[in-house]
Design a protein around this ligand. Sequence first.
Ligand code: NI
Length: 154
Amino acid sequence: MNGNTFTEKVKEPYYYNNMVYITRRERFNAAHKLWVDDWDEEKNYAVFGKCANPNWHGHNYHLYITVKGKPDPMTGFVVDVKVLSKLIKKYIIEELDHKNLNLDSNLIAPNTQPTTENLVIAIWNRLAPHIENCQLHCVKLYETENIYAEYFGE
Ligand code: NI
């Protein structure tokens, strides 16, 4: 008998009670500008650097959505990653990809800087209500190769 044979009769597979974290990556490109109207140009550049460029600039964002749960006894899945991918695309990527984050999207709250830090919170808030049968654990967003922000819903 094949050791990996699996049927409904198996009630307690080995790994049904272990917490596992699984991550789906998606990508989007977007423009933004970080600026405070009350500050002069010198201070804006001092605080925000190139992100204060008046005529916008873009980032190639890499988004990592991690959910956690116990593997389903029958499928071995914490989540159907195809379904998770569709949710991320529908609620986040279509909303942000090739957009100007200051002007084109209402994902980030009004009067809120479109920083990577604020984006992870906004992405969490938009996505969390749609996650079923597992828990959203982390939204991680790379703004550049060397900078990323993480949000755990705290
Ligand atoms: Ni920037």
